[in-house]
Design a protein around this ligand. Structure first.
Ligand SMILES: NC(=O)c1ccc[n+]([C@@H]2O[C@H](COP(=O)([O-])OP(=O)(O)OC[C@H]3O[C@@H](n4cnc5c(N)ncnc54)[C@H](O)[C@@H]3O)[C@@H](O)[C@H]2O)c1
Length: 477
């Protein structure tokens, strides 16, 4: 069985690389010529651990190749995956422009039977639209309507651990509808994923509409857990409790579990925000309200502003002459993806308040610069106060505060004494709850996490004339 993957981004490349590694002959296609050229040259335009090695090994062994030619790509595969983006439209609904454009292209070039598999995250009913777009082209060409089937196989990988997620899936969701090709499509998908079902059956078979909804439900549920914990964390701050103890206390309950219970400065990425909005919008189009999902997004947007609010409470709202260091720009560790990253809003707020911002991220610096330029366009003058440091420590030089926005492993155990000597003020606003509040207090570092007893940072005085140390300080905390 030969495989075509249309759309060579995070999902398309991981799907292509992993299926090639399982022995299938794969062609990855993209409309972006530069991307295809760099893939052909052995470069990988995105950062995903292990992906470059996997692609290059399978390319060298002749199991995967890359093309910009849609006709060649569609001719190749028995199975044609659609893995293009579904970005949010202005009203929050999923923009299906790329998906339907690919569907039309498939209809234009299809000759023999193709199993068209939707891997992009798409609203319920999209498979019908894909079917219609392909049929439209076939009618135009005077060809039989019987040459294809459209099914759903949503992707659940996490950026940063995408290869492992694809190769060791918790489950594989496949949605098929009754029709003349159902048995053939089911057999083909069964063969495709046989390696993952050897130990026990991981494929969950269902109808197409349920599969489409499953993907949104999964992302909305995970996002809701994060927003829930952020609300608990904000309450913990008010009540002088520690959310990390609460997290352990509730995570130990097997009905709840530990995953996605970390409080922080908000979720980002290409999936949670856009998929939550798309779900709300799809429900609205059918006269329904998604109260929990709407609140999840609302809480998240608010949560992205918490660190700057805290800084302003301590330092005042005029940050002119202040330097703020940022550790972490990508929306999560082990990726260079800046889509909806909380750092974008945080940096914009800091610059608007007059701060100088110096940031370090192990891989996302270049992407961050592009994203920030896009955010601030057409007036990018604020960016003159933004710079990228080549190391985490260099970002700290002369800083009045450090904000930790991404939990890269490199940031887990820094040299706090060195940090203190580099910073003008030893003040850490930890948006990912990486550090121990008591330990930092003992080191003379003012620390504020998310829901971590933030009174611990109250002693730090920002009036420049009278620097205080916790030991000088008796009553203020
Ligand atoms: N990134 C994730 O973690 C993740 C996880 C699960 C599901 N998804 C879903 O998978 C889909 C793809 O996401 P992604 O992150 O890989 O997006 P991406 O933006 O990284 O990649 C999409 C690619 O599709 C290409 N493309 C667009 N239109 C095309 C066309 N007409 N023909 C050929 N190529 C075309 C783009 O050039 C781009 O390279 C989305 O629906 C997303 O919601 C993403």
């Amino acid at each position: 069985m030969k495989i075509t993957v249309i759309g060579s981004g995070y999902v398309g490349l991981v799907t292509g690389a992993c299926l090639a590694d399982l022995g299938f002959k794969v062609v990855c296609m993209d409309k972006d010529e530069d991307k295809i050229k760099s893939l052909q040259d052995g470069e990988v335009p995105i950062y995903e651990p292990g992906l470059k090695e996997l692609l290059n090994r399978n390319r060298a062994d002749g199991r995967i190749r890359f093309t910009h030619d849609a006709c060649e790509a569609i001719e190749h595969g028995d199975i044609v995956f659609i893995a293009v983006g579904t970005p949010p439209s202005e009203d929050g609904s999923a923009d299906l422009g790329h998906v339907l454009s690919v569907a039309s292209t498939i209809g234009r070039y299809l000759k023999g039977f193709k199993l068209v598999v939707n891997k992009s995250t798409v609203p319920v009913g999209t498979a019908d639209k894909v079917r219609a777009a392909i049929s439209h082209e076939l009618t135009h060409r005077g060809m039989s309507m019987d040459l294809f089937d459209v099914i759903s196989n949503p992707e659940f990988l996490k950026e940063g651990a995408a290869i492992d997620d694809f190769m060791r899936p918790d489950r594989i969701v496949v949605g098929l509808d009754d029709g003349p090709h159902k048995a053939r499509s089911q057999r083909m998908m069964g063969d495709l994923y046989a390696s993952f079902n050897r130990h026990h059956a991981r494929t969950v078979w269902m109808d197409v509409r349920s599969a489409e909804l499953t993907k949104y439900a999964a992302n909305a549920m995970l996002a809701a857990r994060i927003s829930f914990m952020n609300e608990i964390a904000n309450l913990a701050d008010v009540l002088d409790a520690d959310v990390d103890h609460v997290r352990r206390g509730i995570g130990a309950d097997s009905r709840i579990g530990y995953s996605f219970l970390y409080a922080g400065c908000g979720y980002g990425g290409s999936c949670f925000p856009k998929d939550a909005q798309a779900l709300v919008s799809a429900a609205k189009a059918h006269g329904h309200k998604m109260a929990v999902v709407s609140a999840t997004e609302w809480v998240n947007e608010r949560q992205k502003t918490v660190l700057v609010e805290r800084l302003v409470q301590r330092v005042g709202s005029n940050l002119t002459g202040r330097k703020i260091a940022i550790w972490g720009l990508a929306f999560k560790p082990n990726t260079d993806d800046m889509r909806e990253a909380p750092s974008r809003l945080v940096i914009r707020q800091l610059l608007e308040l007059g701060a100088q911002v110096c940031a370090f991220d192990p891989v996302a610096g270049e992407h961050a610069m592009l994203a920030l330029t896009q955010d601030m366009s057409p007036d990018v003058s604020l960016l003159k106060n933004f710079s990228l440091a080549s190391t985490d420590m260099l970002a700290l030089e002369g800083a009045d505060a450090l904000m930790v926005l991404t939990e890269w492993k490199n940031f887990h155990n820094p040299d706090f004494e060195a940090m203190k000597s580099l910073m003008r003020k030893p003040y850490i606003l930890d948006g990912r709850n990486l550090y121990n509040p008591e330990a930092l207090s003992e080191l003379g570092i003012a620390y504020q996490g998310i829901g971590r007893r933030n009174d611990l940072a109250q002693w730090l005085d920002f009036a420049d004339s009278k620097d205080m140390h916790p030991t000088d300080h008796a009553v203020d905390a």
